[in-house]
Structures are given as C-alpha cells and as structure tokens.
Ligand binder design. Structure first.
Ligand SMILES: [Fe+2]
Length: 226
C-alpha cells in the first residue's frame, strides 16, 4: 500500500534489519505493536484536509498507471492495477510536519523520518486494487492517509490485513486467508502500519468508487533523541 512499490527502490533487507534491530525493544512495547502492528488514527487536521485533496487532484495530471497481472512475490512488487503520482507541497508538508512526526513517535516510541518524497495512489476504476504483499525493505513504517473515499460499497477499496499471521509467508495466507482484519479508511483517517511485517492488500474497487490515498514510508531516524 506504500508508495515505494517499484523494485528499483528496493533497499537491502539487511539495512532494514539493522535499523529496526536498534529500536526493537522500544517498538515491542509501543502502542502500535500492542495493537498488532496496525493503528487507525487521525493525523490530518480538519483544516488541512482540503489542501491535501487539492494536492491529490492537481497531482493526478502527472499520474502513471501500473498494471501488473502476475508477481514473483518479491517484497513490495505485488500484482496490482492503480494510478500513482508524485505528491505536491501539501503532502510533503504533512509528511514532514513536527506534529505528524511527534504523533508517530508517540505511537511507536521511536523517532521517524520520511524515507522519500510523498506520492498519491488513485483507485478510481472498477477493479483497481493492490494485491497481497509486504512492503519494501526501504519502508520501516507505512503511514497511509485517505483523502477521498466516495461511492464505496461492501468490501470495495477495503484494506485487508493479517496482523496475526506475521510468521506466515504470502502463499500460506493465500491458501488459508483466515485471520484477516478489514479496515475502511474514511477521508481524513490514517493507518499506521508495520507494512514490512503485516501482510496486506487493497480489495478491488466496485464501479463508481473513487479512493485516493497518500501511502507514505518512514524510516527510523537515527539523528533524533529517543
Ligand atoms: Fe503496502
């Protein structure tokens, strides 16, 4: 669900293991891990939502479509069909704001920094989706913010996660998908997720459903005090 799904932005898993290893004990006792590695919250101030929607709509002029119908099960490279675009000033201000960084630190007991610039994902055609995956190693913490969710129905556009299956590989989850948790983010809501550990997917959109999210990636910030 995160922006950095393209294989060229892969980072060595060893580097991620080192980053997370340095904070493992604090993370283990944090509110995020106590909630199974997923935390639904509100990080967008109501007054800022309109600017984020405008950023998402304007950025769509630079969107490109990804349609990948089979996957080698590489991390961060699932089968998928969606549009993505680099974000503008509003999403990057949000991603780097002290208020958001502080909220993330409180949720995890760990300081974070954005792993890269913000982007938007657009799910706006019937069948747009993101297949089952875990996030790239460059993404220690996924922060998924929904800014538009119009015309939803049933499980269209639902984020389906397996927080109780972190020891199972993706094939095992495909064979037996029990234990799923479904979350439908409303506009203005954010999901904080250990996306490299908790498998997740975005269920296919029904006709006339439009959903726009900012899938931000963060890494442990070694320059900040604990
Ligand atoms: Fe993801």
């Amino acid at each position: 669900m995160t922006a950095l799904h393209s294989p060229h932005s892969e980072a060595p898993p060893e580097a991620q293991a080192r980053r997370l290893g340095s904070v493992r004990a604090r993370l283990a006792g944090s509110p995020l891990v106590r909630h199974g590695g997923i935390l639904r919250t509100r990080l967008v101030r109501p007054a800022d939502l309109e600017a984020l929607v405008r950023d998402a709509v304007e950025s769509h002029a630079r969107a490109t479509e990804a349609r990948v119908e089979s996957s080698a099960d590489l991390r961060g490279d699932p089968e998928r069909w969606l549009e993505s675009a680099p974000g503008g000033d509003a999403i990057n201000r949000f991603a780097t704001s002290e208020a958001v960084l502080e909220r993330l630190r409180c949720a995890t007991d760990v300081p974070w920094q954005p792993a890269g610039p913000g982007s938007w994902s657009y799910y706006r055609r019937s069948g747009h989706h993101l297949g089952l995956h875990q996030d790239l190693a460059v993404c220690d913490l996924a922060v998924i913010t929904c800014v538009v969710d119009e015309g939803d129905s049933r499980d269209s556009g639902v984020l389906r996660l397996w927080p109780s299956r972190v020891r199972d590989d993706l094939d095992a989850i495909r064979r037996d998908p029990t234990g799923a948790v479904d979350i439908r983010l409303q506009a203005g809501e954010t999901l904080v997720l250990l996306g490299g550990i908790v498998a997740h997917q975005l269920m296919p959109l029904a006709p006339d459903h439009v959903r726009i999210v900012a899938p931000l990636c963060y890494q442990v910030d070694p320059t900040r005090p604990e």
